[in-house]
Design a protein around this ligand. Structure first.
Ligand code: XMP
Length: 512
């Protein structure tokens, strides 16, 4: 086990990611909890993250000597390095030499940390991002790499197994960063790399049981992968103390509501309340065409409906959410403690304010692909866990302009054909997200001998790793052609199909 002490870096979660990729279990804890956690967790190594603060400021986030004196192997990154030097008797200076972005380190001495990376004088590209820098290192340390902006780019006290680097080995722009982490974990700290998703599942089940006791838990199911995996995991932990509430907005993909209810009720035997609120949602959306108003209307109503249904479940004390790591921004301010902010954009069910329930969030430490792996571990099928992401507001933001029940039905049909053709072509797993958009634009066509005047349907498909940036998917023309022919023949109200070739940026993935 490795303890990652978080000082608020935007990339702390990537450290966790590198460790998981090396099959090493780790937990991230904010700096002000680290000393308390260490006794209970009994880590075998400690990593200090980077962070936006400066150790030169009086209120900067700090840890005391305790963690340094445990005799555990330690790797300190960026701010962590500066803090280490400050605590152990080195010196840090404010940044006249700000260094941001690509840089190059030169290895100056052999060290297990850079084993296999190169010999002395080897130059290695790394990613730097710092204003302050170390100008004198504590006793017992020696310099093992330098860079133009950071004479102490990497330092080591091999006797104590403490290493500190100014650059960020966890980001992709440090191409051999993963090797550096492995060197630390296996070479320096002697860890095994035997952590598995099955072990994670068992650990989480034990944690959920401990957290929840004999209380009842409500889980909001959206039909998506995350909330489904959370629900199945919690059900495995506490059985029928869990009730799932599935608010059906009527804005899901074709047949998806039925699939979700069947899967949970029949396959997993999870108690499930299916709330068909489609009438309410469509009613509230009537006459609304502004995208932001649509989002807000749906979000507000979702909370109302969920709240109403949850109130019927007597004695519930916990609310389960499928919050993932990227949804959680752990911000560590210079003065106060860390505060967890959940992006409202991605979490339609931002419910706890309304409901006074305690949260159970068993996926908080996981990335999307890890959630998928956990889902497989829990017996969900590849097809289920591999499903494309789907936005909370659903099809409402794929119907520019006003939403009518007819438009929703038309879009569901067209979307289903599109996805079927993608699956038939064997392309589904190469695509991050594919969907159709029903435009409020009519064009002229000819079918048989008759003139038609119907709506345009836009097809969208993108590749992406995280949804932050995306490229349009380069379909073979025949797949697009076949899809267009089928949609125009089989879906009433559409007589023209176009393909969206915009990347993100400058476009967004969704049209609204
Ligand atoms: P954009 O359109 O911003 O989308 O490029 C990026 C990713 O986020 C999804 N998305 C949402 N998900 N609620 C959600 O839960 C929303 O309001 C929302 N808007 C966009 C989108 O589907 C894509 O995967």
């Amino acid at each position: 086990k490795v303890l990652i002490v978080d000082f608020g870096s935007q990339v702390t979660q990537l450290i966790a990611r590198r460790l998981r990729e090396a099959s090493v279990y780790c937990e991230i804890h904010p700096f002000d909890k680290a000393e308390a956690v260490v006794d209970e967790m009994k880590p075998q190594a400690i990593i200090l993250s980077g962070g936006p603060a400066s150790v030169l400021e009086p209120d900067s986030p700090r840890i005391g000597r305790k963690l340094f004196d445990l005799g555990l192997p330690m790797l300190a990154i960026c701010y962590g390095q500066q803090l280490l030097c400050d605590v152990l008797g080195g010196k840090v200076e404010g940044g006249h030499h700000r260094e941001f972005g690509r840089a190059e380190i030169v290895l100056t001495e052999e060290t297990p940390l850079f084993a296999g990376i190169g010999a002395v004088d080897h130059r290695e590209p790394v990613w730097m991002s710092h204003g302050d820098r170390v100008v004198a290192i504590p006793e017992g340390f020696r310099v093992v790499a330098t860079s133009a902006g950071a004479p102490f780019a990497a330092i080591a006290d091999e006797a104590r197994r403490i290493y500190a680097v100014q650059f960020h080995p966890e980001v992709h722009h440090t191409p051999r960063g993963a090797e550096i982490y492995r060197n630390f974990l296996f070479g320096v700290a002697g860890l095994k790399g035997d952590w598995t998703m099955a072990a994670y599942r068992d650990e989480k089940i034990a944690q959920i049981r401990e957290q929840v006791g004999s209380a009842k838990v409500i889980c909001g199911l959206s039909g998506g992968v995350d909330s489904s995996v959370a629900a199945v995991l919690i059900h495995e932990a506490i059985g029928d103390q869990l009730t799932c509430v599935f608010v059906d907005t009527g804005l899901l993909r074709k047949d998806e509501a039925a699939q979700v209810t069947t899967l949970f009720r029949e396959h997993y035997n999870v108690p499930l309340v299916h709330v068909d609120a489609s009438g309410e949602f469509l009613g509230a959306l009537a006459g609304v065409s502004d995208p932001e108003t649509k989002r807000k209307t749906i979000g507000r109503l979702f909370v109302e409906v969920f709240d109403r249904e949850a109130a019927k479940i007597e004695g519930a004390e916990f609310l389960a959410q499928g919050t993932l790591y990227p949804d959680v921004i752990e911000s560590v301010s210079a003065t106060g403690g860390p505060s967890a902010v959940i992006k409202s954009h991605h979490n339609v069910g931002g419910l706890p304010d309304f409901m006074k329930l305690k949260l159970v969030e068993p996926l908080r430490e996981l990335f999307k692909d890890e959630v998928r792996a956990l889902g497989r571990e829990l017996g969900l099928t590849d097809a289920f866990v591999g499903r494309h992401p789907f936005p909370g507001p659903g099809l409402a933001i794929r119907i520019p302009g006003e939403i009518t029940p007819e438009a929703v039905a038309t879009l569901q049909e067209a979307d289903a054909i599109y996805l079927e053709e993608i699956r038939n072509a064997g392309l589904y797993d190469q695509i991050w997200q594919a969907f159709a958009v029903l435009l409020p634009v009519k064009t002229v066509g000819v079918m048989g001998d008759a003139r038609t005047y119907e709506k345009v349907l836009a097809l969208r498909a993108v590749t992406s790793t995280d949804g932050m940036t995306a490229d349009f998917f380069p379909f073979p023309w025949e797949v697009l052609g076949r899809t267009a022919t089928r949609i125009i023949n089989e879906v009433r109200g559409v007589n023209r199909v176009v393909y969206d070739v915009t990347s993100k940026p400058p476009g967004t993935i969704e049209w609204e």
